[in-house]
Design a protein around this ligand. Structure first.
Ligand SMILES: [Zn+2]
Length: 292
């Protein structure tokens, strides 16, 4: 199936519109509400939680309340969504009511609570795997062929926004660009037996079904944290393999994504904090599911 994919990211705005449910801004819950919309659009989560019996789980845990609210969102489109209990379960777990939260932090917290609080660990892991990005950090010595690597995974891709990076592609390219480490930043090379200049960077090993992109809009300096409001454009379709030609290993050169949901930190499309893309084919995108 994936063999026939075009190398494109694509948006599915029609599906999003048909899938959207109204959620009231209960105790400044707008950030949580938008995340709920992304979990709703990621139908795999609802399906996986449906399989969960929750036999020994406490009644008020985050995953159980998420299961309940997603079931309600799917069931009745005429009623306001009863997401109050879900928001209170987050509050009891430290994601406080009446507080403006960072969308990426809350997103990672919710995934964490599922790992901690679900008694069915394999199922919890399946949910986490939907977002799992495997990466390899490398350190390549400039004076010999040796390369040190470290494999790890991320649940969202943290991209720094800079004034001169005005598109998602620019931010991604910058994230995967290697850094030259020299002078006081030289690292010890076991082959050379001394500190040498090197190149440090990150490569993608595998891409998840749902790619979460976190646009980091803060910059620290001179004791202040500065928020960067600059506009970052994100296309509804773009060629992942072209942008990340060097970052992707060849197995993943054929990747296509559709946007499932966008979490806007501000009021404008250009100042989004978090983006979510779904892996899919262009053929699938041209036939949006309008039922349900
Ligand atoms: Zn060396």
């Amino acid at each position: 199936m994936y063999g026939r994919l075009c190398n494109a990211f694509s948006a599915l705005t029609m599906r999003d519109c048909f899938g959207m449910r109204g959620l009231t801004n209960y105790h400044l819950s707008c950030c949580v509400n938008t995340l709920l919309q992304t979990f709703f659009a990621t139908w795999e989560i609802g399906d996986l939680l449906d399989k969960w019996e929750a036999a020994s789980a406490r009644a008020d845990t985050v995953p159980l309340e998420l299961k309940r609210v997603l079931t309600a969102m799917r069931r009745d489109h005429s009623q306001p969504v009863p997401h109050r209990d879900f928001i209170h379960s987050l509050d009891r777990n430290g994601v406080r009511l009446n507080t403006q939260h960072d969308a990426d932090e809350v997103f990672l917290s919710i995934l964490n609570f599922m790992q901690q609080q679900m008694d069915d660990k394999p199922l919890a892991l399946e949910i986490q795997n939907l977002y799992k990005i495997s990466v390899e950090t490398y350190l390549r010595c400039s004076e010999c062929p040796s390369v040190q690597t470290l494999t790890s995974y991320l649940l969202s891709l943290p991209l720094h926004v800079k004034e001169d990076h005005d598109s998602l592609e620019d931010c991604m390219t910058s994230f995967f660009e290697h850094q030259e480490l020299k002078g006081i930043n030289c690292c010890f090379c076991a082959e050379c037996g001394k500190k040498t200049p090197s190149k440090q960077g990150v490569k993608l090993l595998s891409l998840p079904r749902i790619l979460c992109v976190h646009l980091k809009r803060y910059r620290n300096g001179h004791g202040f944290t500065q928020k960067l409001d600059c506009r970052v454009t994100f296309p509804e379709t773009f060629d992942f393999s072209e942008t990340l030609n060097e970052a992707l290993s060849t197995d993943f050169a054929q990747s296509s994504w559709e946007e499932v949901q966008t979490t806007y930190g501000g009021h404008h499309r250009g100042t989004a904090y978090m983006l979510m893309y779904r892996r899919g084919s262009k053929e699938e995108l041209q036939q949006p599911e309008l039922s349900g």
